[in-house]
Design a protein around this ligand. Structure first.
Ligand code: ADP
Length: 242
């Protein structure tokens, strides 16, 4: 059981242990899809905390509840029971405030990139800025997009149509879109599953570099190469952390 406002220790600079507050907490989450005979219990009583600067792998077989957990933690869907706390505060019920928190606090990366086909890289990466509380001018948006693309070595693709890019490049576009609002945490659902070896390696390195800026990264994955690089592994089986 994790108590609200959970604290923990993480390794700080020079390897020192630092006392920190959880950035994201789950308390007794459960999720049931459907009802009657077609009911599926996807999550059972999950409690966990993630701390600043951590990279955590969420591992489990297909159908064990990884995507469901990520989407509840990322405030995309709601649990049947239990609560999510973001920086010690309950995420709440009001959809507008959840949407704002979701857009400001999280960057979400999907297995299949979820880029908008037949749109330029610039338009794809800009999308979250349109929902941000602080409205930037078009020129400021463009400048910000270019900065993020430069960090990811993708500035050359600014005006390219995403459908012309490789799988690895598309995933980097998805990462740029996840980073554009300077989120505090990244949730990545099998981000390397559709990539070849070298692209997968590149994507993992990019996600890990985010951790160095005191953000957290939670990656649902089967990929041993990813797991090895994470600070901690959570195992989920049949909707339960084991
Ligand atoms: P994983 O990401 O580990 O593959 P999921 O979270 O996608 O697992 O699924 C967990 C369980 O919930 C599975 O049994 C799956 O079939 C079921 N499930 C997921 N989404 C839905 C849905 N929208 N409706 C009904 N059942 C679902």
């Amino acid at each position: 059981m994790v108590l609200p406002g959970a604290r923990g220790t993480v390794k700080g600079r020079f390897g020192r242990l630092v006392d920190v507050k959880a950035m994201l907490e789950a308390h007794n989450l459960s999720k049931i899809y459907g009802n009657g005979r077609s009911q599926v219990v996807a999550l059972k009583d999950i409690s966990m905390s993630i701390f600043p600067g951590e990279c955590v792998a969420l591992m489990g077989p297909s159908g064990s509840g990884k995507s469901t957990l990520l989407s509840i933690l990322g405030l995309i869907s709601r649990p049947s029971n239990g609560s999510v706390l973001v920086q010690g505060k309950p995420a709440g019920d009001d959809e507008r405030s959840r949407a704002r928190l979701r857009n400001e606090f999280f960057g979400y990366i999907h297995q299949e990139f979820a880029v908008i086909e037949n749109e330029s890289v610039e338009r794809n990466v800009m999308i979250p800025l349109q929902y941000a509380r602080i409205r930037l001018t078009r020129q400021e948006c463009r400048k910000r997009v270019l900065q993020v693309l430069e960090q990811l070595d993708l500035a050359w693709a600014l005006h390219k149509n995403v459908s012309l890019l490789s799988g690895g490049e598309r995933q980097r576009v998805a990462i740029a879109r996840a980073l554009i609002n300077n989120p505090s945490g990244i949730l990545a659902d099998e981000p390397t599953a559709a990539l070849d070896g070298s692209s997968a390696e590149e994507v993992v390195q990019l996600l890990l570099s985010f951790r160095d800026q005191e953000g957290f990264v939670l990656i649902a994955t089967h990929d041993e190469r990813v797991v090895k690089k994470c600070d901690r592994v959570l195992h989920i089986v049949d909707g339960q952390l084991v």
